[in-house]
Design a protein around this ligand. Sequence first.
Ligand code: FAD
Ligand code: EPU
Length: 337
Amino acid sequence: MKKEFNKNLADLNTFGMSITAKEFVPVTSADQVKELVKNSVFKSPFFILGGGSNVLFTNDFEGTVIKNEIKGIHLITETEKDVTIHVGAGENWHETVLYTIDQNWGGIENLSLIPGCVGASPIQNIGAYGVELKDVLTQVYFIDLESGEERSLSNTECHFGYRNSVFKHELKNKVFITGIDLCLSKQHSLQLTYGAIMDQLSSAGIDNPTIKDVSNAVIEIRQSKLPDPRVLGNSGSFFKNPVIPKSLFDEIKKSNPDLRSYPAGDSHVKIAAGWLIEKCGWKGKKIGNTGSHAKQALVLVNYGGASGSEVLGLAKEIIRSVKETFNVILEPEVNIV
Ligand code: FAD
Ligand code: EPU
């Protein structure tokens, strides 16, 4: 393991925040993580970094950043109906999706073009276009950072929810995820009802789509509204879509008939944070070097040279104005460090 000192992380986070890590170590195997546990690296401030696509650094990091580079994809079991594969946590998520599509294994095509590494995917149970990781994940493998032991959790033990899992609660900062198992289908059942997928397919003249067609449609939709981090720094949706009581939804809807809701249990509904932010007048607004994106209000961007605290300042202003206008409290989805 080659340790670097005072490493600049600007190219290793999609917001493009130019901050320095006091120490930086890439790891390529579970054994190397165990060695770091033995050397007490996790007893001092540390941060595990994947693709850096769900993090806002607000300061230099006065500890050790451990970059996950544990690679490898292999087949575990295969039946007539499905396959189970193991994917190393340092594999790129989108490349993994493309690999599974090439093998004609279905289940994660709707999750195309989500940036980042496989290891972070169970943490917030990544989701898009009507599919979440929990729909295909069977096992998560990790190193316990206290004992150095290898452990694993089944799907139910992960307590997955919307942008949520046990890794954001009881196991927060206690584990290093080394890999996951996914069960993918050889007899495809396509998820086409969400958002603009059907429209996208029909405008391409496709009536009988394959998983590759669905992936292409999702990629087209995403590219039409989400800024490419290589061009404009961002971390995707900055906030989660809020889940609010139905009574509050009815109240807001009275004066806003265009407000849509999504089911979230008997007494609550989920509403679009992007809609709330747009209604408060933030969409497309540039403040200093940061702002809310012109095509997707929920995405906060770095126009170049923004600091993490500048973006955080804007996020706080947005939270304040949405609370004042709608009495809804937005929660960040991005990890603020
Ligand atoms: P990082 O940002 O590196 O890390 C995120 C968190 O996980 C950090 O707290 C980190 O310490 C922890 N972590 C990372 N790896 C490990 C590990 N191996 N073990 C333990 N902890 C770890 N998300 C969605 O769900 N759906 C979307 O549609 C979506 N679209 C996006 C679009 C854009 C343009 C961008 C920039 C982001 C988008 N995201 C989306 C958010 C992001 O891509 C996901 O959250 C992704 O899973 C983050 O992966 P990462 O490797 O970049 O994680
Ligand atoms: N909307 C607006 N104005 C905006 C943006 C959105 O009014 O500026 C409203 C529209 O009514 C639109 C609705 O919000 O129909 C939903 O918008 P969109 O389909 O773009 O999705 P989202 O709810 O904003 C969520 C995820 C995305 C994921 C997409 C597609 C969260 C926090 N975000 O966004 O995930 O890709 O759905 O499934 O749940 C991410 O997590 O980083 C991310 C990009």
